[in-house]
Design a protein around this ligand. Structure first.
Ligand code: DSN
Length: 417
């Protein structure tokens, strides 16, 4: 259990809620594809005096005094990001993924310019041009979808749309696409129309760092990522780029969009990047993918219908309606049984976004706590049992008790036992 003694004294209500959340994270099987367990070192860095300091600007060019240590922290984070991802330039100040992506627009586009990205209901992110997001409101957004039969990216469609609309920038990367990205092919399309190729690798940056997903460089000119998904850092964001975009991207983050960087987060990002540069992180990334493949195979054996028939990365998307439940009904039953996931649209989904047809799973968190391929069959069995027991609270509770017991054998990084 974490030491919450100071919070207990000052604010027992919040201390209790943190403690309850800690127990929840310890005792459930967390399969939300964008979540993870940050290490104790990452967690410690976030709770330090660095949160007390304002540092508008960049190392060596700050607006306030007293930056001798902060400059070193940020420089270390930048150098580690550049080394880990082979980037010419890195900005580690974005507060998270959406601000990082917003900065790309601010640096490259004028309001009203045409941009292109994967449509949200097909797995893309809000900030890749979806209509209710700033990116779809302020820019003329063209959205590519997926092939109607394979549910994979249809490069012919992407090329056709690109040639017809000539976007200023093309986004690759997604939040719910279970396959790898062919950055080289996208770069070829971008080159045909003189567009800038941007890769949002938020979901799979840990897999890129670990060498088990194709690398966006040198094909993409700009790469954005969050730092807390498969990369296993604190909540934060980064922009990596070729040198020619460095100045505009830095100016877009500050003073364009943000004020002072969150220095405690920057320190935690530096720690996470150091962890991700160790040899055992490569093994971690390999195990995430192996666990996803094993879970996918076990689910298919049990009659689950997976989008694209499997996975190449950390993520699985399945059609819950093929098992008789909506996505929300299925994820609610799983939650009651102690397995966390989110309902999610599937390609060409006839249902509404708040109760779509699908469920998205990811294996980063379970891999962080040491579960491996041999455990994925059991996880699939519990998902299947939860579906079957969706109207039986007693049965769901009995699965939850089994899962509690099972989880006690797998310590969570960042949560003292
Ligand atoms: N909310 C994140 C996810 O779950 O994929 C994307 O920003």
């Amino acid at each position: 259990m974490s030491d919450l003694s100071a919070i207990v004294t000052t604010d027992p209500d919040i201390a209790k809620l943190i403690s309850q959340e800690e127990q929840r994270q310890l005792h459930s099987i967390r399969l939300i594809a964008s979540e993870n367990y940050a290490s104790a070192a990452v967690m410690q860095a976030t709770g330090t005096v660095l949160t007390n300091k304002y540092s508008e600007g960049y190392a060596g060019k700050r607006y306030y005094e007293g930056q001798e240590y902060i400059d070193q922290v940020e420089t270390l984070a930048i150098e580690r990001a550049k080394a880990l991802f082979g980037a010419e330039h890195a900005n580690v100040q974005p507060y998270s993924g959406s601000p990082a992506n917003q900065a790309v627009y601010l640096a490259l586009c004028e309001p009203g310019d045409t941009i292109m990205g994967m449509s949200l209901p097909f797995g893309g992110h809000l900030t890749h041009g979806w209509k209710v997001n700033f990116s779809g409101i302020q820019y003329k957004s063209v959205q590519y979808e997926l092939h109607p039969e394979t549910h994979r990216i249809d490069l012919d469609q992407v090329r056709e749309l690109a040639k017809e609309h000539r976007p200023r920038l093309i986004w690759t990367g997604a939040s719910a696409y279970p396959r790898t990205w062919d950055f080289e092919a996208f770069a070829g399309i971008a080159a045909e129309i003189d567009a800038v190729l941007v890769a949002d690798i938020a979901h799979f940056s840990g897999l890129v760092a670990g060498g088990v997903h194709p690398h966006p460089f040198p094909h993409a000119s700009i790469v954005t990522t969050t730092t807390h998904k498969t990369l296993r850092g604190p909540r934060g964001g980064m922009i990596l780029s070729k040198e020619e975009y460095a100045r505009d991207l830095d100016r877009a983050i500050f003073p364009g969009l943000q004020g002072g960087p969150h220095n405690h987060t920057t320190a935690a990002i530096a720690v996470a990047l150091k962890e991700a540069s160790q040899d055992d992180f490569k093994d971690y990334a390999r195990r995430i993918v192996a666990n996803a493949a094993a879970l996918a195979a076990a689910l298919m054996e049990r009659g689950f219908s997976l989008v694209t028939g499997g996975t190449d990365n950390h993520l699985i998307l399945f059609d819950a309606t093929a098992k008789g439940l909506s996505g929300k009904e299925g994820s609610t039953a799983m939650q009651l049984a102690g397995i966390e996931a989110n309902s999610n649209a599937i390609p060409f989904d006839p249902r509404k976004p708040f109760d779509p047809s699908g469920i998205r799973l990811g294996t980063a968190s379970v891999t962080s706590r040491g579960m491996n391929e041999e455990h994925m069959g059991q996880v699939a069995a519990w998902i299947d049992e939860a579906f079957a027991a969706h109207e039986d609270p007693g049965k769901l509770d009995s699965i939850r008790k089994q899962i509690n017991e099972f989880c006690s054998g797998f310590p969570c990084p960042g949560i003292p036992t």
